[in-house]
Design a protein around this ligand. Sequence first.
Ligand SMILES: NC(=O)c1ccc[n+]([C@@H]2O[C@H](COP(=O)([O-])OP(=O)(O)OC[C@H]3O[C@@H](n4cnc5c(N)ncnc54)[C@H](OP(=O)(O)O)[C@@H]3O)[C@@H](O)[C@H]2O)c1
Length: 257
Amino acid sequence: MSSNKVAIVTGASQGIGRSTAIRLAKDFGAIVLVARNRENLEQTAQAVTEAGAQALAIGIDLSLPDAAQAVVDQTLAAYGRIDALLNIAGAVPQIDLFDMTDEQWNNGLALKLHGARRLTIAAWPALKATSGSVVLMSGNSAVVPKAPYAAVGTINAAIVALAKAFSDRGIEDGVQVNSVLPGPVMTGRRQSYLEHWAPLHNMSVEEATAKFPKEAGIARYGSPEEIAELMAFVVSPGAQWMTGSTLRMDGGEVKSV
Ligand SMILES: NC(=O)c1ccc[n+]([C@@H]2O[C@H](COP(=O)([O-])OP(=O)(O)OC[C@H]3O[C@@H](n4cnc5c(N)ncnc54)[C@H](OP(=O)(O)O)[C@@H]3O)[C@@H](O)[C@H]2O)c1
């Protein structure tokens, strides 16, 4: 890729973040890959390089307060600019509303909400300089919160509001900010959840895997590559006038208007 544009992708060690990083290699000259697992990040870096972009892997825990500035500093030291920030990292525990402890709530918030908020603020001056784009990853649970995974829904709803607030400032500063809400996507995270959930409910993993799309009223799970295509569009020149928007890709799961 001949572009000199630089994108930061969090959660790039696996799942939707990894697929997004690889897809963005077609449109950006360099992709900065952020997550904790360095070995997995190196595998993504290899795939990004093969897809035509430079890659910089930063192994860091984004729930820690100093991590955001460290990611921005390393990115600017390596490439001198930031054109897009895709906040995808998230690991909110899926625990019943009445069982979840304060610590578990705080862990979910520390990464998915505050990690994304801090990184967006730390990258903002560089994004302002390039009239760049930010995406914050939410999820359908923001609009259909359920008791068995209330924290995910609550934090995803907060992410939508946070993206709106950033987009408000972005109108002045020339930075475009949107949130993306996937429905159920088959990633390693979902696979592990199903493997844990199925025996607790006297089901095989295959039965549990089939049960959720059926109950959600959709034909199948989405793939990480499909969400990556949407992420690539949101940060592309063709989407430049789209800001403050909440984009859903869910196979038709949300039935309301
Ligand atoms: N899959 C779905 O059905 C679905 C639906 C709606 C929304 N989403 C959202 O999409 C995002 C990605 O989901 P996914 O299914 O692809 O999940 P995943 O496969 O579990 O990936 C989560 C990513 O977050 C990173 N991460 C976790 N804790 C971190 C920390 N403390 N610091 C830095 N990075 C951390 C993980 O890397 P390390 O472990 O290496 O740190 C990993 O790269 C999440 O925000 C999720 O809520 C997913």
